[in-house]
Design a protein around this ligand. Structure first.
Ligand code: HEM
Length: 414
C-alpha cells in the first residue's frame, strides 16, 4: 500500500482513534483502486450488494499476486490446518457452517443462546463485584476482555484454568489480520502461523478428551454427534474451534469497550439506559453501526469482472469492503454521524451480510446487552480518565487497548 493514500491513512495507527473523517473522504469515490491493485469499496449499497455477490470469493486459494508480485496476506495460511468456513466459498462453506450451527442454534438447538442468559449475567456480576473498593478500573483488562473469553471457553468446553494460555495465541493470530503491521508482514505472518499451529495442537488433545468423556459443550457435540451432513473430520473440527475461539475473543471485547466509551461520551444516553434496561437492545444495534468492532473485510477476491457503481473491478483483484464506512454513509442513514439509539431503520453492516453473516451474532448481542446494562447500573458516577483512550494496533478489529474509567464505588447487586 502506498503511503499517503487514503486507505493507507485509514490503516495508519495515527488515525486509529477517529478514522471516520477519512472514511467520509473515501466515500467520494465509492470504488477506489489503489496502486497495488486493491479495490476499496466504501459506500453502503455497493458493499451490501458485494456481500451477496457469488462472484466475490472469500477463499484464500483464489488470491492472485498484487502489482508488486506478492500475494495478499492470509492469516490462516499454514500447512497444518485446512481453511475455516470464514475463508471458504459454497458449497464447502455451507456444509461446514451447517455442521457448526447444529450445537449452537436453530433448528437443532434453538434455545442454546437464550438459555445462557443467567450464566452470562452471573459472570458479569462477578466481574463487577471484583471492582469493589476501587476508584478506577481498566474496562478492557478488568471486564471487557475476561468476560467474552470466559463465555466462549465455557461454550466450547475449554477448562477455565487454560483460558490464560489463549491470550498470547489470540493476540498473535489476530495480528495476522493487520494489513499494515508495525513489524514486517513476513515476521507477523510467521508468528501468527506458529500460534495457530500451537493452538491447534492444544485443541487436538482437548477434543480427544471430549470424545472419550463428552460433556454438554459444543466441542463434545461436534466430536461425537452426527447429523444429515455427517460429522466434521478431526482437522475440520480443530480449524472450526480455532475460528470460534478467536472470533469469540477478539470482537466482543471491542463492542463492550467501544460501547462503554460511547456511553461515557453521551451521558444522557447512559442515564436513559440506567433507567430503562430495555434500551440495551436498540443501543447495541446502534453501536454496531456507529463504532463497529470489525471495521473492514480485507480478504475478498473477484472471480470475474464486476461492475460496481460504474467502476470495473477486474477478475482476480483483491477487494476490501469498508464496513465502518458503509455504516456512516449519509445516502443510507439519516444523520449518519450521530449516535442515536432511537434510530428505527438500522440495518447496519456491523456483522457483515450474506452467507458469511456473523455466526456468533446472537451471542455477541446478548453479551454486550448484559455487560453494558450492568456497567451502567452499577458504576456510580463513572467518567473517562483519558479521551481518546489508547487504541489497539489493529485497524480491522478496532477498539481501545485500555479504557481507564474513574467511579465513586458500586451500586448493589440485584
Ligand atoms: C461484537 C462481536 C462480533 C462482531 C462485530 C463480529 C463480526 C463479524 C463479521 C463482520 C463477520 C463477517 C465476515 C466476512 O463476511 O468475511 C463475522 C463472521 C463470523 N463470526 Fe463474528 N463477530 C462478532 C462476534 C462473534 C462471536 C462471539 C463468534 C463466535 C461465537 C463469531 C463467529 C463468527 C464466525 C464463525 C464467522 C464466519 C461466518 C461465515 O463465514 O459463515 N463472531 N463476524
Amino acid at each position: 500500500m502506498t503511503s499517503g493514500t487514503l486507505l493507507y491513512q485509514i490503516t495508519d495507527y495515527a488515525n486509529r482513534a477517529d478514522p471516520y473523517p477519512l472514511y467520509a473522504e473515501l466515500r467520494r469515490t465509492p470504488v477506489a483502486r489503489q496502486d497495488d491493485g486493491v479495490y476499496a469499496v466504501s459506500t453502503y449499497w455497493e458493499i451490501s450488494s458485494l456481500l451477496h455477490d457469488p462472484r466475490l470469493s472469500s477463499d484464500a486459494r483464489n488470491r492472485v499476486p498484487l502489482a508488486d508480485g506478492s500475494l495478499p496476506p492470509d492469516p490462516e495460511e499454514d500447512s497444518t490446518l485446512p481453511p475455516s468456513f470464514l475463508r471458504l466459498d459454497p458449497p464447502e462453506h455451507d456444509r461446514m457452517r451447517r455442521l457448526a450451527t447444529r450445537p449452537f442454534g436453530p433448528p437443532n438447538c434453538p434455545r442454546r443462546i437464550h438459555d445462557m442468559y443467567g450464566e452470562l449475567a452471573r459472570m458479569v456480576s462477578g466481574l463487577i463485584d471484583g471492582l469493589d473498593g476501587r476508584e478506577q478500573a481498566d474496562i478492557v483488562d478488568d471486564f471487557a476482555y475476561p468476560f467474552p473469553v470466559m463465555v466462549i471457553c465455557n461454550l466450547l468446553g475449554v477448562p477455565h484454568q487454560d483460558e490464560a494460555r489463549f491470550h498470547g495465541w489470540a493476540d498473535a493470530i489476530v495480528s495476522g489480520l493487520d494489513p499494515n503491521p508495525a513489524e514486517g508482514p513476513a515476521e507477523r505472518q510467521r508468528v501468527a502461523q506458529q500460534a495457530r499451529t500451537e493452538l491447534g495442537g492444544y485443541l487436538a488433545g482437548l477434543i480427544e478428551e471430549h470424545r472419550r468423556a463428552p460433556g454438554h459443550d459444543m466441542l463434545s457435540a461436534l466430536a461425537t454427534e452426527a447429523g444429515p451432513d455427517g460429522r466434521m473430520s478431526q482437522l475440520e473440527l480443530i480449524t472450526t474451534a480455532v475460528l470460534l475461539l478467536i472470533a469469540g475473543h477478539e470482537t466482543t471485547v471491542n463492542l463492550i469497550t467501544n460501547g462503554t466509551l460511547t456511553l461515557l461520551r453521551h451521558p444522557e444516553v447512559l442515564g436513559r439506559l440506567r433507567a430503562d434496561p430495555g434500551l440495551a437492545v436498540p443501543l447495541v444495534e446502534e453501536l454496531l453501526r456507529y463504532e463497529p468492532p470489525v471495521q473492514l473485510l480485507p480478504q475478498r477476491t473477484a472471480l470475474a469482472d464486476i461492475d460496481v457503481a460504474g467502476t470495473l473491478i477486474p477478475k482476480g483483484s483483491p477487494v476490501w469492503l469498508m464496513l465502518a464506512s458503509g455504516n456512516r454513509d449519509p445516502r443510507r442513514f439519516t444523520d449518519a454521524d450521530r449516535f442515536d439509539p432511537g434510530r428505527r431503520d438500522n440495518q447496519h453492516l456491523g456483522f457483515g451480510s450474506g452467507i458469511h453473516y456473523c455466526f456468533g451474532a446472537p451471542l455477541a448481542r446478548l453479551e454486550a446487552q448484559i455487560a453494558l446494562t450492568e456497567l451502567a447500573r452499577r458504576l456510580v458516577n463513572p467518567s473517562l480518565v483519558a479521551d481518546p483512550p489508547p487504541y489497539r494496533q489493529n485497524p480491522v478489529l478496532r477498539g481501545p487497548r485500555h479504557l481507564p474509567v474513574a467511579f465513586d464505588g458500586l451500586a448493589t447487586r440485584f
